[in-house]
Write a protein that binds this ligand. Sequence first.
Ligand code: SF4
Ligand code: SF4
Length: 203
Amino acid sequence: MRYPKIRELGEAVKSLFTKPYTSDFPGKPHVPHENFRGQPVFNPDKCLGCLACEEACPAGAIAHEDTTDPPDAAKRRMIHYTDTCIFCSQCQAACIADHEGIVLGNEWELSYFDRAQAHESIELDLQLCEVCGTIIATKHHLAWLADRLDEMAFSNPTVYLARLKELGVADDNLVPVLRDRGRSDRVKILCVKCRRETTRYNE
Ligand code: SF4
Ligand code: SF4
């Protein structure tokens, strides 16, 4: 017959008079440690919809859906799938909006009866090319670029017009008769292809 070692016997006796190491959950709500990495959440005031986090996510837990119909209400929906996320924090590390567009909070109780509910999302306005309707970027992203470029933004009509529209001092430039991809279309918000068409000399 094997007898317990003295040290283990001491631990067993001691445990009779000490508090348990486990918490009283679910009797009492569990408060996670301040450095706990829980569910990432998009910040609609900071996120630019640039998709850098989607590129960086190793688990494919971030996706986006673009809707361009109707064109004057085009939207980008950024989606985070809680059931796929591994809480690695790469999205927050990659976020170009000072790491504040998506932030890992301390939310940890993430069970669902219906898996279709295991996601959260935000919507951002999209900017389309004013000539061909191609998606350029979100309006937030273009305005962010203009702020970063400062006076250099005025070298590119797409960037400075997007900023002026955000400030409410420029209207949509949608005059169909001028959609000829020629010089008359230069001062518009354009995709790369249409910008090239309007920049090169007409042959
Ligand atoms: S925490 Fe990791 S797995 Fe979860 S969304 Fe961010 S990058 Fe993807
Ligand atoms: S701003 Fe940050 S959170 Fe928003 S799409 Fe870009 S990387 Fe993702």
